[in-house]
Design a protein. Structure first.
Length: 649
C-alpha cells in the first residue's frame, strides 16, 4: 500500500486535496439538483415563479457551470422576456468570473432573444461583441455560426444585400474549418433570402437550394434537407409548376415521416393540400388537409390548428361540400378567437414585465376588447346573413334538381365567403386605421391639450381631417356598393355629351393633380354623344381617374380619349384613361374587379384608398351591358378601358 510510505504532512496534504475535490464535485451536483427542482417548479406553475427562480440562481456560487446551467434552462422556456432576463444574469456572472467562453455563450443567447423580440439593433450589438470574444479564443466555429446568424438577422429585417454578404462570409468561414453542416445551413439561408427577394431571383434561390441539399444528404442532416425540399416546392408553386411542387413536397414528407419531424409535417401536409386544390384534385386535397388538421390537433399549437382548419374550409367550399365547409369555418373562427385572446394576454404580460403604467394596460385591453367585439359582431352578421338567405330560399318552396341545388349552394357559399373576406378586410384595416388614429389623437388632445403648441394642434387637426376624409370615402363607397347589391340604384340612360362628363371630373381632380404636377388631358371630341346613365358614368370616370392620379408619380400625365367599336353587330362608345404611373403586375391585374380580392393600396404619395371603387365601376358598366378591363406594364403605366352603348337599342 503506497499510503504506508507517506509522511503525516503528505497524508494531510492529500487528505486536503481529496476533501477539496469532494466539495467541488458536491457543489456541481447540488447546483444541478437545485436547477432540476426549480425547473420543475417553474414549468409546473406556467413560469409564474420566474422571480423565485432568479433569486435561487443568485444564491448559487458564481461559476462556469452555473452559466451553462442557466443557458440550458432559458432555452427550455417559452416566455421570451423571462429567457432574456436569465441571459442577462448569465452574462453578469460571466463578467464576474471573467470567463470568455461563458461571456460568448451568454451574448449569443442575448442576441437570439433580442432578435425574437424584434430588437434587431440590440441583437446586432450582442452578436458583434460575441464575435470579438470568440476571436480572442480563436473559436473559428463560434465565429462562423455568429456570422451566419447576423446574416439571418439582416434577412429578418429585409436588408437583403447585407444578409447575402454575411451569409456568404459564413460559407467561407465554415469551409475553412471543413464544417459541411454549417456550409449547408448557410446555403439554405442564402436560398431563403433570394426567395424572399421575389420571382426575379428564384433561379439563384434554386441554385443555393441544390447546394444545401447536397451537403444535407452528405452529412445526413435530414431535417435540413426537409427544409430545402419544402422551400424548393414553394418556388415551383409560385411558378405555377404544381406537379414539380408536389414532387418536392413528397420528398420532404418522406424524410419528415422517417425522422419524426412533427412540426414540418403540418406545413408539408398543408402545402400538399393547397397544391392539389390548385390542380382541382379535391380527393387528394381533402386527404392531406385532414392529415394537417390531425397533426395540428396533436401539437395543440393554435397557429397550426387555425391554418389547417382554414385549409379544410377552403377545400370543402371549392369542392362543393358546403356543409363540411361551414363546420371548418366555425372551427377556424374558434381557433382564431383563442389565438387572438392568447396574443392579447401575452401583450398584457409583456407590459407588466416592462412595468408600464396601469392606465396603459387598461387602454390596450380596452382597444383589444373593442376589436374582438368587432370581429365577433362581423362573424355574427355573417352567420345571420347565412340563416336569412337559407330561410328565404326554403320558404320560396322552389325544389330544383339535385345538381342545380349543389351548384347554387356552392355559388352562394362562395359569394358569402367573398363578402366575409371583404368585411374583414374593410372593417379590420380600412375602418380600424382612421378610427384608431382619430381616437388616439382626440384622447391625446383631451388629456394634454394645454401641453401642445399651436403648430402641434394644427398638425393634429390635419391628421383628424385626413382620417375623417378617409372614413367618408369608405362609407360613401360602402353605401354605393350596398345599394348596387340591393338593386336600389335606378338606371336612367339618356343621350349624354361625353366631353362634358369627362370635363366635370377633370375639374374635380385638378387640384389633386396639380399637387403632384400631373397633367390631365381631355381628348374627347366635344360633339360625341353616348346613350348612358350620366350619374353612373360620372362615378366610373371619377374612380378610374382618381386611381390614375393616385398611382402616377410627380410630373406624370393622364390622357383620356375615346373610340367607337363594333361588337356583335352593335356599336359601342369606348373610353380609354391612360396614365404614366407605376403600373401593376399580371397577378394584380387579373384580380382588379374581383370582390373576393378587393384591397386598399397606398398611392405614390401615400394616398389612401378603399379597395371598393373598381368593384362599383364594374357593377355600373355591367348595368350598361358594357365591358371594363385594363392593360398595364410595370414602370410604364396603366390604361383602363370601358364601353357604353353608342345609341339606344
Amino acid at each position: 500500500m503506497i499510503f504506508l510510505f507517506l509522511s503525516n504532512e503528505q497524508k494531510n496534504s492529500n487528505n486536503n486535496k481529496l476533501i477539496i475535490n469532494y466539495k467541488t464535485n458536491m457543489t456541481k451536483k447540488i447546483i444541478s439538483i437545485l436547477i432540476i427542482i426549480f425547473t420543475f417548479q417553474i414549468n409546473a406553475n406556467s413560469q409564474k415563479n420566474i422571480d423565485s427562480l432568479i433569486q435561487s440562481f443568485e444564491k448559487l456560487p458564481a461559476s462556469k457551470e452555473k452559466v451553462k446551467l442557466i443557458i440550458d434552462e432559458l432555452n427550455l422556456m417559452s416566455n421570451v422576456e423571462h429567457s432574456f432576463k436569465l441571459a442577462e444574469i448569465a452574462y453578469t456572472i460571466s463578467l464576474d468570473i471573467n470567463d470568455n467562453q461563458s461571456k460568448a455563450e451568454a451574448l449569443s443567447s442575448l442576441a437570439t432573444f433580442s432578435k425574437i423580440k424584434g430588437e434587431y439593433d440590440r441583437a446586432l450589438q450582442f452578436y458583434n461583441k460575441e464575435i470579438e470574444i470568440r476571436k480572442s479564443l480563436d473559436d473559428k466555429a463560434g465565429i462562423a455560426e455568429a456570422t451566419r446568424l447576423i446574416g439571418e438577422l439582416y434577412r429578418a429585417r429585409r436588408q437583403y444585400l447585407e444578409a447575402i454578404s454575411y451569409s456568404e462570409k459564413a460559407v467561407v468561414l465554415f469551409r475553412e474549418i471543413a464544417d459541411e453542416y454549417g456550409i449547408g445551413r448557410s446555403f439554405n439561408r442564402l436560398a431563403a433570402i433570394y426567395y424572399e427577394m421575389g420571382p426575379n431571383y428564384y433561379d439563384s434561390s434554386m441554385k443555393y437550394l441544390e447546394y444545401s441539399i447536397n451537403y444535407a444528404l452528405k452529412v445526413k442532416q435530414n431535417i435540413l434537407a426537409v427544409s430545402n425540399y419544402n422551400l424548393k416546392a414553394s418556388i415551383f408553386k409560385e411558378q405555377k409548376l404544381l406537379n414539380k411542387a408536389i414532387e418536392e413536397y413528397y420528398k420532404a414528407l418522406k424524410l419528415s415521416l422517417e425522422y419524426h419531424a412533427e412540426y414540418y409535417l403540418i406545413n408539408i401536409y398543408t402545402n400538399l393540400a393547397d397544391a392539389y386544390l390548385k390542380t382541382r384534385n379535391f380527393s387528394k386535397s381533402i386527404e392531406y388537409a385532414k392529415l394537417a388538421y390531425e397533426q395540428a390537433e396533436k401539437t395543440k399549437v393554435l397557429e397550426y390548428q387555425m391554418e389547417s382548419a382554414r385549409v379544410l374550409k377552403d377545400v370543402y367550399v371549392s369542392s362543393g361540400d358546403s356543409a363540411n365547409g361551414y363546420i371548418y369555418f366555425e372551427k377556424y373562427n374558434n381557433f382564431y378567437e383563442q389565438n387572438f385572446n392568447l396574443k392579447r394576454d401575452e401583450q398584457l404580460q409583456e407590459l407588466e414585465v416592462k412595468s408600464k403604467s396601469k392606465d396603459q394596460l387598461l387602454q390596450i385591453a380596452k382597444q383589444e376588447g373593442e376589436f374582438q367585439k368587432l370581429i365577433f359582431v362581423s362573424i355574427s352578421v355573417l352567420i345571420i346573413l347565412v340563416l336569412i338567405i337559407g330561410i328565404i330560399y326554403f320558404r320560396n318552396g322552389v325544389l330544383r334538381k339535385k345538381n342545380s341545388i349543389i351548384t347554387e349552394q356552392k355559388e352562394k357559399l362562395q359569394e358569402l365567403n367573398s363578402t366575409k373576406d371583404l368585411f374583414f378586410s374593410i372593417i379590420a384595416h380600412d375602418l380600424k386605421n382612421p378610427l384608431g388614429s382619430f381616437k388616439a389623437i382626440t384622447e391625446m388632445m383631451s388629456d394634454e391639450f394645454e401641453a401642445f403648441s399651436q403648430e402641434e394642434l394644427k398638425e393634429f387637426t390635419l391628421l383628424m381631417k385626413n382620417s375623417a376624409v378617409n372614413l367618408a370615402e369608405l362609407l360613401e363607397n360602402l353605401l354605393t356598393w350596398s345599394r348596387t347589391q340591393r338593386g336600389t340604384i335606378d338606371y336612367n340612360p339618356e343621350y349624354q355629351y361625353v366631353f362634358q362628363l369627362v370635363k366635370h371630373n377633370v375639374s374635380l381632380l385638378e387640384s389633386a393633380a396639380k399637387q403632384k404636377n400631373i397633367q390631365l388631358v381631355n381628348n374627347i371630341n366635344s360633339s360625341d354623344l353616348a346613350y348612358c346613365d350620366g350619374n353612373m358614368v360620372n362615378t366610373v370616370i371619377r374612380n378610374i381617374t382618381t386611381n390614375a392620379v393616385k398611382f402616377t408619380p410627380e410630373g406624370g400625365n393622364i390622357i383620356i380619349n375615346s373610340e367607337i367599336i363594333i361588337k356583335e353587330q352593335k356599336q359601342y362608345y369606348q373610353i380609354n384613361i391612360k396614365d404614366s404611373g407605376v403600373g401593376m403586375p399580371e397577378k394584380v391585374l387579373k384580380s382588379l374587379f374581383n370582390i373576393a380580392e378587393a384591397r386598399s393600396t397606398e398611392g405614390t404619395s401615400g394616398e389612401k384608398g378603399t379597395g371598393l371603387g373598381l368593384i362599383i365601376c364594374k357593377e355600373f358598366i355591367t348595368k350598361h351591358n358594357g365591358n371594363i378591363w385594363a392593360d398595364s406594364e410595370q414602370g410604364k403605366g396603366t390604361t383602363f378601358h370601358f364601353t357604353i352603348p353608342l345609341k339606344e337599342n
